[in-house]
Ligand binder design. Structure first.
Ligand SMILES: [Zn+2]
Length: 269
């Protein structure tokens, strides 16, 4: 969606609500979050729905990611638009007059909707002694021979399965030029010499890492705990980099708030 179309849907709360409700209806039909019945009455002037079967009343966005934060539809659209434009949370807060903590929560919901993760704790695969083997290889030497050995488990911080393969990050004791993992050859793409990346990164795709690193740098440091969630966002942006992301983000936010099937690609149909 370009800025001219965006202007139309964000011109008033009413227009914004209509747009979000239409997007939610496309994602999946409205249903009662208690009993799943689809026979619903509009009550309180459209602000809530009542289930004809069990009588429960609820917000029209209940059960969807977008329903996790209660801010006006128009503010939601603006937060997503500015997020699409890679704006920092503090600038989004200033532009939308939404408090900084609420913007942080909203961006967290956007990221979790992209990743399909109900919590921030995205599973990182760690290598423990005795687990599947990670092979580390050092340079080719004068005779072109690679010297490879099993990597010490303690050096590995996280192995994340991305659509473009694996991304491994380790502490800076890891000095290999490449890693072998599950049949993939992962090259060292970053030694983490500059703030905020004080880790060693290995990936099969340098293109993705360059894309992600440039954007992650704007956050002035992302904790190890949050990094997997941010990387999921970068993965989504990278895979959809030739598309307008606003509609895709709204599509995700309107989806059911449930864990995603990681066997499916992050590119929207
Ligand atoms: Zn019901």
């Amino acid at each position: 969606m370009d800025v001219f179309d965006f202007e139309k849907i964000a011109r008033s709360d009413r227009a914004a609500e209509r747009y979000i409700l239409d997007s939610c209806a496309k994602a999946f039909p409205a249903e009662c979050p208690s009993c799943g019945d689809g026979r619903l009455y509009v009550i309180e002037g459209g602000a809530r729905r009542r289930c004809a079967r069990c009588g429960r009343s609820f917000h029209p966005w209940s059960g969807r990611w977008i329903g996790e934060i209660r801010i006006s539809a128009r503010k939601w659209l603006w937060i997503v638009k500015l997020f699409e434009l890679d704006m920092h949370a503090s600038a989004i807060s200033l532009e939308t007059a939404v408090s900084y903590p609420t913007v942080l929560k909203a961006l967290d919901v956007v990221r979790r909707s992209i990743a399909g993760e109900p919590s921030e704790d995205i599973a990182c695969r760690f290598i423990r002694e005795g687990d599947e083997t990670l092979i580390g290889c050092r340079g080719t030497g004068v005779y072109g021979i690679r010297i490879c050995e099993t990597v010490a488990a303690a050096a590995i911080s996280c192995i994340l399965r991305l659509a473009s393969g694996y991304l491994v990050w380790a502490d800076r004791s890891l000095t290999y030029a490449s890693l072998g993992y599950r049949g993939e050859d992962l090259s060292l793409v970053d030694r983490g010499e500059r703030f905020p990346f004080r880790r060693v990164y290995c990936s099969a795709q340098t293109g993705f890492w360059q894309f992600a690193k440039e954007r992650l740098a704007k956050h002035h440091g992302v904790s190890d705990a949050k990094l997997p969630l941010y990387l999921r966002e970068m993965e989504f942006r990278y895979l959809n980099r030739r598309r307008r992301l606003f509609d895709l983000f709204i599509e995700r936010l309107c989806a059911r708030a449930e864990p995603a099937d990681r066997s499916l690609p992050l590119i929207s149909a």
